[in-house]
Design a protein around this ligand. Sequence first.
Ligand code: OKP
Ligand code: MG
Ligand code: ZN
Length: 342
Amino acid sequence: MKTVFSPLHSRRAVKTELDGGILIAPHEKPSRAETILARVKAQALGEVLEPEEFGLDPVKRVHSEDYVAFLESCWADWIAADKPGEAIPAVWCGRGMRARVPKDIDGRLGYYSFAAETSISDGTWEAARASANVALTAQKLVAGGERAAFALCRPPGHHAHADLFGGYCFFNNAAIVAQAFRDQGAEQVAILDVDFHHGNGTQAIFYDRSDVLTISLHGDPDLVFPHFLGFEDETGEGEGEGFNLNLVYPPGTPYAIWSQGLETACERIAGFRPDALVVALGVDTFEDDPISFFKLRSEDYLSLGRRLGALGLPTVFTMEGGYDVEAIGVNAVNVMQGFDAA
Ligand code: OKP
Ligand code: MG
Ligand code: ZN
């Protein structure tokens, strides 16, 4: 399997993540992508390509024009306002307040976000753009006939809504890929999110559509981020009714249980008969992940890959979460090797 990787990911190197009332060193850090890349090379998974430049049009098929403009100018606007630290949202439109776009940068940071752990600094825009280009390059490979491709995206994307950043995500790479398949003539596309967290952005983007099936397996949002979406009674709306599936699991869930949800998801995908599959791949389901509570082991990622490969669909993997950097390379590449072996 070919891997797409951009060294520009390293432009996203914020110093802060608001966690537990203090600013910690971010979990979503550059060494994550470098460790995965090193494992791709050590295992000779396949060729490693740099992304092509696709411009903003395919991004704006998923994200609003004003949100994209906000992200582009955010850091400059923050600096121009003489702020001493990194850009962190600290105010939101609460229930009963006015959902209008404020002029002030503090107001706009809140308007275009749903969480405060995702600081913005110099280079965030460039890295997020590169990450979308990585995803779109992988999509082009698969549209061109490759069985599968690994988009080694960083920053991740699955929490980003059409006009909201948060959960370390800015552009929803998986959604951009699915929309690109649709725009190139695919009738139906499925997105399977196996990251530990709910893919709230992906769900929201396609919630009223029947052409893109969205499925996510994740930790119970009653207990863990993103808290306000991802429950099992969210099944889609309007045309999209029946085309969103959430499979929720409690703390301590091992592969023996989690894989039952994977089986349910795979059977639903097979019945949907999509022209392409996008896998939002997080490996924060790992037993030693510092911010998650599932108990998958490294060898389980081979099984996961094999099950996905057995679907026999043209597949793009977009990299999402995974915060035990020591194991992230082995775990992510195990999925690809399992897939290739199926
Ligand atoms: C992004 B992805 C840590 C709280 C972390 C944000 C989690 C974002 C996960 N104390 N909250 O889905 O891996
Ligand atoms: Mg998930
Ligand atoms: Zn995650």
